[in-house]
Write a protein that binds this ligand. Structure first.
Ligand SMILES: NC(=O)C1=CN([C@@H]2O[C@H](COP(=O)(O)OP(=O)(O)OC[C@H]3O[C@@H](n4cnc5c(N)ncnc54)[C@H](O)[C@@H]3O)[C@@H](O)[C@H]2O)C=CC1
Ligand SMILES: CC(=O)C(=O)O
Ligand SMILES: [Mg+2]
Length: 442
C-alpha cells in the first residue's frame, strides 16, 4: 500500500467498559487505518469519549472505518470527524514577534524613535554592525516560485505557502533561525536572480525551496556566484546531505564500503541530480540514473553519472535505489530484489511504501517522511550563520552528512528529526568546516 494520505481525528464514544477501545482500534487497523495519538477527552460513569488520530489511504477507507466502528453497536459510535491538519493551519503557522517588551514610554523610546535613530546612524557609519544590532544575521529568506511544491507539482507559490511556513517553523524550532517566506510570481531565472539580489541585504542567508528543475540549477548557481551570504537550494543539497547519511548508514550495516556501492537514482530533477552529484563526489564509483526527460539524463552524463533506460533496469542492476520523481506508487513491488536498499523519497506519497518494499524483500527501506531534508537545512544554516560564512560549500555539506551518521542509532538509517541535539551537532560540524575555510581563505 502506497502512502497514507489523509489524517483525520475521530471523536469516538464508547460505553465505559474495558475492551471497547480495543474493539475500535482493531476495526481501524483491520481496514488499513494507521492510528496516531489517542486522547481521552472524558471518562464518564457511562460513556468515555476519545479523540483518535487516524491516517488513511483515502476518503473511501475513512468512510468504511467509520461505518465499521458504528456497526459494532452497543453504544460504540463515531460522533464527529475533525480535520486537525486543516484546523492547525487556520491563521497560518507563523508570526513575527518582538524580542522586546513594550511596557513604558521609556521602552518605547528605546525600541522606537527617538532612541532607534542612534542605532541607524551607528550602522550607517559601520555597516558591518547591522549583523549585531539587527535580526538580519539570524534571518533566512525562504524563496519559492511554487513550481515544484513537494511532489504536487507546479501549484504556484501561494498554494505552496503552507510548505514555506512549515520550513519557517522548522528553522525557528530546530535552529533558532527566523525564516521569512518570499513568494515569487516569476520563474524566469533573470527575474528571480535580480529579485533575490535586490532583497538579499535584509537576510543572513537564502534558502531556495521547491523551485523546479531545470531552472533551479541556473538560479542557484548564479545567486551563489553573485551573493556573499549562504545560498542553498534545499531540495538539491539538503536532500542530498540526508540521503548521503542514509546511504552511509545502510552501507555500514551491509558491510559494504560506500565507494563500492552500486547506486541507482530514479528521477533526475532537483533532488535526484544533486543526490547523484553528492554520491559521486563522495567517491561512489557506480552511480546510475534514469529519467524520461532527455535533458535531465544529459545533465547526469555531464557530471559523470551512468544512464539506464528504465526503472526496471535500475531495479535489476542497483543495490541501493533512490527515487525522487514525485510519482506515487511508481515502483512495483515485484521489481524489488532480496536485500536491496530502497529509499523512495517523494513527498507526500512515496514511489513505494517502506512496508511494501520490506515485504518484497528489501533489507532496508524508507520514505520521504524519514529521509527528509528537515535533518539537513536547519543545522546547515545555523552552522553557516554562526561562522558568518559567505557560502555553503561541499565540505560543509559532507560534514553535515557525517554528523548525521554519527547521531544515528544502530539499526536506523538516520537520526530522529525532532532531536534538537542532532541539529546542534550538525550545526557544530558545519560551523567547524566553515571557520576552517574562512581561516584558509584569509
Ligand atoms: N525527502 C525529501 O527530503 C525530499 C523529497 N523530495 C521529493 O522528490 C520529488 C521530486 O522533487 P524535485 O526533485 O524537487 O522535483 P523535480 O520536478 O525537479 O524532479 C522530478 C524529476 O522526476 C522525473 N520523473 C517523473 N516521472 C518519472 C518516472 N516515471 N521515472 C523517472 N523519473 C521521473 C522528472 O522528469 C523530473 O526530472 C518530490 O516528490 C519531492 O517531494 C524533494 C526534496 C526533498
Ligand atoms: C521535503 C521537501 O523539501 C520536499 O519534499 O520537497
Ligand atoms: Mg522541498
Amino acid at each position: 500500500m502506497v502512502g497514507q494520505n489523509i489524517m483525520r481525528n475521530l471523536i469516538v464514544h464508547t460505553p465505559s467498559k474495558p475492551g471497547n477501545l480495543g474493539k475500535v482500534t482493531t476495526v481501524i487497523g483491520a481496514h488499513g487505518g494507521d492510528i496516531g495519538d489517542i486522547k481521552t477527552l472524558k471518562v464518564g460513569t457511562l460513556t468515555t469519549i476519545r479523540d483518535i488520530t487516524c491516517t488513511v489511504e483515502d476518503a473511501t477507507v475513512l468512510d468504511t472505518i467509520v461505518k465499521s466502528i458504528n456497526a459494532l453497536g452497543n453504544g460504540i459510535e463515531v460522533r464527529a470527524i475533525s480535520d486537525d491538519v486543516l484546523k492547525a493551519h487556520e491563521g497560518g503557522k507563523i508570526h513575527m514577534t518582538s524580542r522586546m517588551d513594550l511596557h513604558s514610554i521609556e521602552d518605547l523610546r528605546r525600541v522606537y524613535t527617538p532612541g532607534v535613530a542612534s542605532v541607524c546612524e551607528e550602522i550607517q557609519r559601520s555597516p558591518e554592525k547591522a549583523s549585531y544590532y539587527t535580526s538580519i544575521g539570524n534571518t533566512v529568506a525562504i524563496v519559492t516560485d511554487g513550481t515544484a511544491i513537494l511532489g504536487l507539482g507546479n501549484i504556484g507559490p501561494v498554494a505552496g505557502m503552507p510548505v514555506m511556513e512549515g520550513k519557517a517553523v522548522l528553522f525557528d524550532q530546530l535552529a533558532g533561525i527566523s525564516g521569512v517566506p518570499i513568494l515569487l510570481d516569476t520563474s524566469d531565472p533573470d527575474e528571480v536572480v535580480e529579485t533575490v539580489k535586490h532583497i538579499s541585504q535584509g537576510y543572513g542567508g537564502i534558502l531556495l525551496e521547491d523551485i523546479g528543475s531545470p531552472h533551479c540549477f541556473e538560479i542557484e548557481e548564479r545567486l551563489k556566484e553573485d551573493l556573499s551570504i549562504p545560498v542553498m537550494h534545499d531540495d538539491q543539497h539538503g536532500t542530498a546531505v540526508v540521503t548521503l547519511a542514509a546511504t552511509l548508514s545502510a552501507c555500514r550495516y551491509a558491510g559494504v564500503d560506500i565507494k563500492d556501492a552500486v547506486v541507482g537514482q530514479i528521477g533526475l530533477g532537483a533532488a535526484g541530480l544533486a543526490i547523484c552529484r553528492m554520491l559521486m563526489a563522495y567517491g561512489v564509483s557506480e552511480v546510475y540514473g534514469t529519467d524520461p526527460q532527455e535533458s535531465a539524463v544529459m545533465r547526469l552524463r555531464q557530471y559523470g553519472g551512468n544512464v539506464l533506460n528504465s526503472i526496471e533496469e535500475v531495479m535489476a542492476h542497483c543495490d541501493i535505489v533512490i527515487a525522487t520523481t514525485g510519482v506515487k506508487g511508481l515502483i512495483d513491488p515485484s521489481l524489488v530484489r532480496e536485500g536491496q536498499i530502497i529509499l523512495a523519497l517523494s513527498n507526500p506519497y512515496p514511489e513505494i511504501s517502506p512496508e511494501d518494499a520490506i515485504a518484497a524483500g528489501a533489507a532496508y527501506a524508507a520514505d520521504g517522511r524519514l529521509v527528509n531534508n528537515i535533518l539537513g537545512f536547519p543545522g546547515i544554516f545555523r552552522g553557516a550563520l554562526n561562522a558568518n560564512a559567505k557560502d555553503i560549500t561541499y565540505p560543509m555539506l559532507v560534514a553535515a552528512a557525517e554528523a548525521l551518521v554519527e547521531c544515528t542509532r544502530h539499526g536506523d538509517l538516520v537520526p530522529p528529526p525532532l532531536d534538537h541535539n542532532v541539529h546542534k551537532i550538525v550545526a557544530k560540524a558545519v560551523e567547524r568546516i566553515a571557520l576552517k575555510e574562512i581561516v584558509h581563505e584569509g
